[in-house]
Design a protein around this ligand. Structure first.
Ligand SMILES: [Zn+2]
Length: 222
């Protein structure tokens, strides 16, 4: 069992030198067929698997991120960058105070990335050896509730997919920075969800997990 929060403090005390994974997701719209918590569900499952295979502890998922680009769609929750950075910083330094100074942030949501890159040097200044690891970025295609994410959800959480809402959604791939999803897609989907399958989801999941295990075992990051 890798979950930090499921342990007692006595159990944690015996684990001082363990490495720790901090998964980060988002609560943001994922079209008509996937729930708002998609990023957080997926990163949690990925982190659990990576934690098992690398003997790392895994903190609870930071389920809120910076999702301003999706705020035109109902239900999306976004943090200010100060709140987001403050929360990540406080969790990293709390872990360090208990002796966990090798930390791996697995960030799922692309909108968080810029702020995490800005924050990492400040965490390192505290004497923490932290590295940032991406999830979907390594698959080489842009996807938001499209073929990749819908496939992952079909594979890992099929009961949460509204299958009857999937169609050939119209979209454009956003370019540059500061884009808003509504300018590229009326439904909020950017990608071909209709091509999704559990089989593809398994392939993506295995690739993501295998590469993350490799990075952590070799203490590298990409
Ligand atoms: Zn997503």
């Amino acid at each position: 069992m890798t979950s930090l929060s499921e342990k007692t403090w006595y159990e944690v005390e015996e684990m001082k030198n363990k490495k720790v994974i901090i998964p980060i997701g988002s609560i943001e719209q994922h079209g008509p067929h996937l729930p708002l918590c998609t990023d957080s569900l997926l990163v949690e499952r990925i982190a659990e698997e990576v934690g098992e295979r690398t003997d790392c502890l895994v903190t609870p998922t930071i389920c809120f991120g910076i999702s301003e680009e999706h705020m035109d769609f109902k239900g999306t929750l976004t943090l200010s960058q100060d709140s987001f950075k403050g929360m990540v910083f406080d969790i990293c330094t709390s872990l360090q105070r208990h002796g966990f100074s090798r930390q791996y942030i697995i960030n799922y949501h692309g909108g968080n990335k810029k702020y995490l890159i800005e924050l990492i040097p400040k965490i390192k200044e505290m004497g923490i050896d932290v590295s940032l690891h991406r999830v979907l970025g390594r698959l080489g295609k842009f996807d938001h509730a499209g073929e990749v994410e819908t496939s992952l959800m079909f594979y890992l959480f099929p009961e949460r997919v509204r299958k009857d809402k999937i169609e050939r959604f119209q979209y454009k791939i956003p370019e540059g920075n500061g884009w808003r999803t509504k300018d590229y897609s009326e439904t909020g989907v950017i990608g071909d969800a209709i091509d999704a399958s559990a089989g593809r989801g398994k392939q993506y999941f295995d690739k993501i997990v295998n590469e993350l295990v490799d990075e952590i075992q070799n203490d590298q990051y990409r």
